[in-house]
Design a protein around this ligand. Sequence first.
Ligand code: NOJ
Length: 719
Amino acid sequence: MKPYENEIQALLSQMTIAEKVGQLQQCGPSLVGAFEVSFEELLDMMFDGRISHEEFERLMGTAEQDYHEEALRAGRIGSYNGIADPEIVNRLQKIAVEETRLGIPLLFGYDVIHGFRTVGPIPLGEACAWEPDLWRRTARLAAQEATAAGIHMTFAPMVDVAKDARWGRVSEGAGEDPVVSSAYGVAKVQGFQTEDLSRPDAMAACIKHFAAYGAAEAGRDYNRVDLSPQRLYEEYLPPFEACIQAGARAVMPAFNDISGVPCTGNRWLLQDVLRRDWGFTGVTVSDSNAIAECVVHGYSRDKAQAAADAITAGVDIDMSSDVYVSELDRLVENGTVPMEALDRAVADVLRLKFELGLFEHPYRTDPDRAARDINRPEDRALAREAAEKSVVLLKNDGILPLQPEKRIGVWGDLAFSREDMLGAWAVGADGNLCVSLADGLTNQNISFVSLQGETGLAEVASCDVILAAVGETKDQSGEAASRADIGLPEGQEERVRQLVDTGKPVIAIVFAGRPLAIPYLAEHAAAILIAWHPGVEAGNALAEILYGAVNPSGKLTTTFPYTTGQCPMYYAHTNTGRPGGRSKFTSKYLDTPLEPVWPFGYGLSYTTYAYQDLQASRNGSGALSVSVTVSNTGDRSGDETVQCYFRAPAARRVRPVRQLAAFQKVHLEPGEAQTVSFSIPIQSLGYYTPDMQYTVAPGTYAVYAGGSSRDCLETQVAL
Ligand code: NOJ
């Protein structure tokens, strides 16, 4: 037992009920003053166009922040979120330490999702690097920057497996596959937390959203989830379990319900699965206002019941709904909520504060570093590396890399936008620090003709090649940004058609927070780069790829369908009794091809790779040994992500046609060959039977290895 467990008990024995409940209260600063309506209403007014963005910013500038200091002094606040100013953090911390009765330090949380000051690619983009070491290093940098500003916990990584491109939050996670999402989540947890959470630059990871938020029906945000327990365990829970095993110290229950029970009130999920089965001893933090929303779901009768439901289910911290502080004292006093439930939650909060070393070093900020950290060249170099590795080349008829003598024309607002390069959830960042595509070209002394505006088309005649920047702004993905049509937004395709019709080759640079349905581009563009939202170094990374200083190596971690109607579309589907084919009565659509435009795992390079000699055998230590030789058959060095898949034999539940088992990225010089070996625990190839027994089906397994989920060698092995 850790020494602080005794101190936790000692503190609990001194605390009043009100002080205990205070530890569970997390609030953000509220905006007060200059405007008549609530902050939420103001946000709505901006989003539905009643006031302009500029007017919104102006009003925000006049507003005052209310940090609820009276409540803090009274011991009624245990943590804050959304504050990233070290002076304010220290001022509030001083009140907690010096002016509250027990002097328990505060915990500060923040959404540090893909970088804090130095923003890198959105998670869906960074995932396409298939490189845990990179994922760890960018998380480390984010933690260093954020902790300097006084942040102790980030609400990240998001490890929601997401198969439906309509859902706006696919941008925040690693894509559709549990193996990739697990590896991504574990690397992020390690990078944020390090081995020792008490280090001044370590930050607790709050993994989210537990669970199956990515399975929201029809891809509509916050929507219901109704899922078999088998699929939940096989496809959605593994990244969470992997992150817990890697030491993640906080978990955020999801907004959605699962089969009718909101995760925020889900005792089975938060007690049985998380704490009993997985041995989690950290803290749970509700999503914003989610405890109060148990009433809106129609699960809890009123706020009092919502408070009781959430605390007994195992939600420790109430983020922003104020339901615990308004209801729990009374519920504990009248015996509705047992004191043990309250004590357990408070102990979780205190434990994290001890682990972070806050009792010894409550002022864990570094204002000098926080000021210095903005825009350091070495940090931007890492952001650039991440951006370069996240870009996926989906098509190239040979036009890329571009010849420097070609005269290029650039079209599309996104080519000139800095702010949009940040993507969703970059709340601590400054969009002015981003390099747009146009900036990136200029930085490399590449002159171009702007094809913007009415007269733009007329300028095409003077160009050899057109760069068309298309796709989504940063607000078109992320939370509350589901789309019922995942095609190119707002008339972009019409303009691209006009450009294509000029006969000049069009290179599409696609900025997006989700897979887009872009079959027209797939057919008519000379080349396509999916840039996602690449972060501060966007334009520099893209210019290097366009002109060949960098050889693209990203591979999709999510499937690109032809059309929205195919969503959810993912590679690990089951076969059905009538797999889609030429004959009429098979599983397909009348009006769209069966296959995706680009499958999971896909991505081109300026060089080519060949695979040969796939071997699979069972080794003595309960693992499946797989090896394959990959060679660089082109004339440039490159990085290739070798992917290993399997298909299980007939079992007591149907299994997917292909499932990722392992992956490894290799660097190959021209002509070089490398044999890549995987040791895959046979235990990891199992499934859940109808009565929820985890079983590895005996029989002959198909094993695949190659450069995408579609392009693989195949062999068989008996297990
Ligand atoms: C709501 C989002 O669902 C969650 O991901 C985020 O961490 C919290 N708000 C806090 O901002």
